[in-house]
Design a protein around this ligand. Structure first.
Ligand code: MN
Ligand code: MN
Length: 299
């Protein structure tokens, strides 16, 4: 028990983070765990291929950990400093410090699933369920190849995974994956904003950035005042310098950005004028590539 190695993804788990933990744990004989409950999209992908949902990590204290799909302390388990870190596998910018040398594998590709599918090609080729959930994770993170984070490698890896998993139409499987989470009607606004939410430390400032993907942006416009009430409340309660909620329309291929905080910083970051509480940015699909770097820069 004490020698178990736990593979864990980031807080507010998404499909890539959960699937990467499951697949890497299976290949290495480790134990996959999550930080918190999985979302509907991840449930759909795991269920489709009959893969069980991992347990919650609980406290990290005294445990050996592999971090997948993240490296920032703000997204890692609490008490990380009391855990023993073994390895990191990720595709995000590095904001990471550790007193000991550890193994780190980072590549600028569209998903952590892509890295694992490439590195463990032979193991994945023999395991239909593994290939299927990796494909679901890859399509989720790249927004079915529409996100600018998508690389040629993601596309060729996806084609390979689809063959193994017996998925004939990658595009329509991707839409099924995305749709499973996109229906926000009837969901409490807190769940919509916080389902995919990340904390960042930009030059000592606490900034939170949430994202949701919908197939019709009007579903979000109809609830704009709820979104703003929630953001204003959260900013005050948890002393954020700035909060941004990215509502991405995966069909129109753009995002409405709702924010609380310094308007001048928003205008500078996105090189636009902002009137009111939000702004539509055509072509914006990726928090990682099109929001985090430009907001980081203005702080
Ligand atoms: Mn992720
Ligand atoms: Mn990812």
């Amino acid at each position: 028990m004490g020698d178990d190695v736990y593979v864990v993804g980031h807080k507010s788990p998404d499909t890539d983070t959960v699937v990467s933990a499951i697949v890497y744990a299976k290949i290495k004989g480790y134990t996959p765990v999550t930080q918190g409950a999985i979302n509907e999209e991840t449930a759909f992908v795991l269920d489709k291929f009959g893969v069980p949902v991992p347990d919650d990590l609980g406290s990290a204290e005294g445990k050996k950990l592999v971090l997948v799909d993240h490296n920032e302390a703000s997204q890692a388990p609490d008490n990380l400093d009391k855990a023993e870190l073994v390895e990191i596998i990720d595709h995000h910018k590095m904001n990471f410090n550790w007193p000991d040398p550890i193994a780190i594998h980072v590549e600028p590709v569209g998903s952590t699933a892509t890295i694992l599918a490439k590195k463990y090609k032979d193991e994945v080729a023999k395991d239909k369920a593994m290939a299927g959930i990796l494909l679901g994770a890859l399509l989720s993170d790249t927004v079915i190849f529409k996100s600018p984070t998508t690389t040629e490698e993601d596309k060729s890896v996806a084609a390979e995974l689809a063959k193994i998993a017996g998925i004939d139409d990658i595009e329509s499987f991707g839409i099924d994956v995305k749709k499973s989470k996109a229906d926000i009607a009837g969901k409490p606004i807190k769940d919509v904003v916080m389902a995919d939410f990340k904390n960042f430390d930009f030059a000592g400032n606490k900034v939170g950035i949430g994202q949701t993907e919908v197939v019709d942006i009007n579903d979000v416009y109809n609830r704009a005042s709820e979104v703003m009430d929630f953001l204003n409340d959260l900013k005050e309660k948890e002393a954020y310098e700035m909060l941004i909620f990215i509502a991405t329309d995966i069909i129109k291929e753009g995002s409405e950005l709702y924010y609380v905080g310094d308007k001048a910083k928003m205008e500078k970051a996105f090189n636009t004028t902002v009137e009111g509480n939000s702004v539509w940015i055509p072509g914006l699909m990726s928090r990682k590539k099109q929001v985090v770097p430009v907001v980081d820069k203005v702080f």
